[in-house]
Design a protein around this ligand. Structure first.
Ligand code: S3P
Length: 172
């Protein structure tokens, strides 16, 4: 089985994914890290030098590569991955369970504010108010894709261990 974790930037996909993979004795893969390793550039550099459209193309290509070649993995994808091409269909194939980690814009913005430098879509937002407004609009636009996930977990105010436990409970 392949478990994909989807959700907005700052939702905790990688942190929870790593923990969940340990519990299930699966391999953990972070799609952004995979892209960086394959392309030899950071996400920020890819956006800067090659543009977002190039990033979205390679994101889809590597998502397909991982899902075709791997099994027994937990895969944390980027916040935008579900919203391009047929990525959500790929992540809803028979052997794949997609899980949406749902958090509110205010909660996400607070978490993201000090970590925004490496994230090209939000690095220009200088105040918490501007970031909260951006996340609110952006999340609203993306929600219809996220809601295609097979499972949804309310991820606010819960520890990583609690979230992993409730995911395992819903899976088996
Ligand atoms: C993006 C999210 C990032 C990364 C890129 C674009 C997005 O991943 O893929 O900066 O469009 O939301 P994280 O969600 O892991 O930060």
């Amino acid at each position: 089985m392949i478990i994909t974790l989807i959700g907005y930037m700052g939702a905790g996909k990688s942190t929870i994914g790593r923990h969940l993979a340990e519990i299930l004795e699966y391999t953990f893969i972070d799609l952004d890290d995979y892209i960086v390793a394959k392309e030899g550039q950071t996400v920020k550099e890819i956006f800067q030098h090659k543009g977002e459209i190039y990033f979205r193309k390679v994101e889809t290509k590597y998502l397909n590569e991982i899902i075709t070649e791997q099994d027994n993995i937990v895969l944390a994808v980027g916040g935008g991955t579900p919203c391009y091409g047929n990525n959500m269909e790929v992540m809803n194939q028979e052997n794949v369970v997609s899980i949406y980690l749902k958090l509110s814009p205010g909660y996400l913005a607070n978490r993201l504010f000090n970590e925004r430098a490496g994230r090209p879509l939000i690095s220009h937002l200088d105040t918490i108010e501007a970031l909260t407004e951006f996340v609110g609009i952006h999340l609203f636009e993306r929600q219809s894709y996220y809601h295609k996930a097979k499972l949804m977990i309310a991820a606010e105010d819960k520890t990583v261990a609690d979230l992993s436990r409730s995911i395992v409970k819903q899976l088996y």
